[in-house]
Design a protein around this ligand. Structure first.
Ligand code: ATP
Ligand code: MG
Length: 642
């Protein structure tokens, strides 16, 4: 495409790609200026709804003139190519800025937030709802001016027909308001919610409800309150939490009604707040911060023009970052060295130096960059892994090479198990159960319930009795090797993540909000056990008839010595969430972490020591071949083996 002339636009570079097409930098030969040209992709072209949406985007945007909104120049239709022509903004998207910096300082975030509110407030006053506010649709130009893009799926509230009403779910789920989750018509207040989420992401570095499954995210929008930032960061005052709280109210009555109401609270913030008292611990660092990043309005005699103020803040921020970066580099180098040299480091009741030394890990590429969520080896050479967006990969040469055999469902797939070399199952989002009888050449799809994500599938040693667990307290059981699945009544309405059996009769399920369910009758009935934590318990595994380990999303480790009758917390110094626990046939225990950690135990899970995986990506699942080789799937689409 680059070099081609469309209409009177000469394409010069690719700027990025989104859901509807590729955005190019192009030169307008007639007006002799650069423009951005968003060209509809073929997939969208075959869909008349998309074309209508696209044309509407051009029309809508052209009606809006505001310094914080990217102006649309026009629309081009040339030889089957449909494109929207807009101002070329030289700058950086907010998404990229957050990624690059990790998170933004309060002063910078507030400055961006204000400009977003001014632009969106203006659009609302003209009767437009944006509907898809998110950091990738906000670009900050080289002068620091915020420009909002993509009123692509916005719709004039005066317009009576809504293409988006046809059941096509529109907008990115992380930023979606509760009413959009419920498929209700969005209003200006829905934009306010999405702005609130984006502001939160600026400060924290990630969105408040950034969970794995769509289901969890949607549930959180409907029911959960995000953690208060002021309780974690000394430079964020409680007033900021209150403002976020009002923007993120679940009900429209309690949420800010207008952007100007939202803005007024921010203006007040500038008037009233200086940085909170310096914490003793960080006295030195905080002091210099307090001097440079004061968010209180400057005294009149000290008034600076906005631009130089921004530049001043940015410079100060860069200096702080540089020092922080240097400190972090030195710290991480030293601690990495510490980790490697001090083989006995780990956690638990006793330290056992050297136990993990026997493992050396190497990373194997796979044909996908999608997150791999589960891996399973049938024998020494044949293995399968499944992941996001319908990804299924297979190896027949002991993991040396992998081929994509993914089905086209596009649904996130969470777990794979095989009961023989031909017969296997995969479960995933939207109640999907895939089964194969020919080693993955073909898959039959069965949908249990599209509203329920299924997270885990296991078979007991006989390969006939099996269980699937999922959202809404779902437990399915098979007695015929997976031919039929029957729902088992469960007292829980929570997300159930994982299940493991100590022996044929006694099994345990772990889930959301500290849920532990126990059965003593082969999974016919389940009772809820005493709660030991409020966070989610991501995985459970029994190492033998008595000993089991549960790991949690906040780094907890629970251990049982009596077949799951009682659980007690064992000391964990893991900073990140723990994702998976597994005991090999030989009794070695493995815990995988969300930041690439592998902890190993050789004493029945009493203590765990860190083994360097070489990966910083979440490690999601682990399997062992009969010849004792370990394979681990990772969130970045790679596979790790010893
Ligand atoms: P979605 O399709 O959901 O909107 P998106 O926002 O990531 O997703 P696009 O809107 O297609 O995708 O934009 C893709 C990228 O192109 C943007 O992230 C941005 O980097 C770049 N881009 C888009 N419009 C412009 C513009 N007017 N000027 C400069 N770069 C732009
Ligand atoms: Mg966009």
């Amino acid at each position: 495409m680059v070099g081609k002339i469309i209409d009177n636009y000469k394409i010069s570079a690719i700027l990025g790609e989104g859901g509807m097409g590729i955005v190019y930098k192009a030169f307008d030969l007639r007006l002799e200026r650069f423009v951005a040209l968003k060209i509809l992709n073929e997939k969208s072209l075959t869909n008349p709804n998309y074309i209508a949406r696209f044309k509407r985007e051009a029309k809508n945007q052209a009606k809006l003139t505001h310094p914080n909104i990217v102006p649309v120049y026009g629309f081009t239709e040339d030889d089957g190519t449909i494109g929207i022509v807009m101002e070329y903004v030289e700058g950086e998207t907010l998404e990229h800025l957050i990624k690059r910096k990790g998170h933004l300082e309060l002063a910078e975030a507030l400055s961006i937030l204000k400009q977003i509110l001014l632009g969106i407030g203006y659009a609302h006053s003209k009767g437009f709802v944006h509907r898809d506010i998110k950091p990738s649709n906000i670009i900050i130009n080289n002068e620091g001016v915020v420009k909002i893009m993509d009123f692509g799926i916005s719709k004039s509230v005066n317009e009576s027909t809504a293409i988006t009403k046809t059941g096509v779910k529109i907008g990115t789920i992380l930023y979606m308001s509760p009413e959009q989750v419920r498929a209700q018509e969005p209003t200006g207040q829905s934009d306010i919610y999405s702005i609130g989420i984006s502001f939160y992401e600026m400060l924290l570095g990630k969105a408040p409800f950034d969970y794995e499954s769509e289901y969890e995210i949607m549930e959180a929008h409907l029911k959960k309150n995000p953690i208060k930032l002021s309780t974690h960061f000394s430079d964020i005052p409680a007033e900021v939490d209150n403002i976020i709280g009002r923007a993120l109210q679940k009900t429209l009555e309690r949420r800010y009604k207008t952007c100007s109401e939202f803005l007024a609270d921010i203006e007040n913030l500038h008037d009233d707040i200086t940085l909170p008292p310096v914490q003793k611990k960080n006295k030195k660092k905080e002091k210099s911060k307090a001097k440079t990043v004061t968010i209180g309005r400057e005294k009149p005699e000290n008034k600076r023009p906005l631009k130089s103020k921004i530049r001043f803040y940015l410079t100060a921020f860069v200096v702080v970052c540089l020092f922080g970066g240097l400190f972090y580099f030195v710290y991480s180098t030293v601690s990495q060295f510490w980790r490697v040299s001090e083989a006995g480091r780990g956690f638990g009741s006793e330290l056992r130096p050297g136990a993990a030394a026997g493992f050396r890990w190497r990373t194997i590429a796979s044909p996908t960059v999608n997150s791999l969520n589960s891996i399973f080896f049938v024998d020494n050479s044949t293995g399968y892994s499944c992941g996001d967006k319908g990804t299924i990969v297979k190896t027949t040469d002991a993991g040396e090479s992998w081929v994509n055999i993914g089905d086209t469902a596009g649904t996130n797939l969470y777990d794979v198990k095989f009961v023989s070399s031909d017969k296997g199952f995969i479960v995933g989002e939207r109640g999907i159960i895939l089964s194969t009888n020919d080693g993955g050449k073909s898959w039959q799809k069965f949908t249990y319930d599209t509203a329920i994500s299924l997270f885990k599938i296991i078979f007991l040693k006989n390969n006939y009795t099996g269980f699937i667990v999922g959202a809404h307290g779902t437990i399915l059981k098979t007695n015929d090797g997976g031919t039929s699945w029957i729902p088992v009544p469960s007292s829980s309405g929570q997300l159930l993540y994982s299940i493991s059996f100590a022996d044929y009769n006694n099994g345990v399920i772990s889930g959301w909000n500290g849920t532990i369910l126990k059965t003593s009758d082969q999974g016919k009935t389940w009772t809820e056990e005493k709660k030991l934590t409020d966070t989610y318990l991501r995985d459970i595994c029994f190492g033998n008839d008595n000993m089991g380990i549960i790991v949690g999303g906040s780094g907890e480790i629970l251990r049982s010595d009596n077949g799951g009758e009682e659980w007690s917390k064992i000391n964990s110094d893991s900073f990140s969430g723990l994702r998976t626990v597994f005991f090999s046939h030989y009794g070695t225990g493995f815990i995988l972490g969300n930041k690439g950690e592998i902890f190993i135990s050789n004493n029945s899970g009493k203590s765990w020591e860190l083994s360097n995986s070489g990966s910083f990506s979440a490690l999601t699942s682990i399997t062992e071949t009969p010849s004792k080789k370990i394979y681990i799937s990772a969130g970045n689409g790679t596979i790790i083996s010893n």
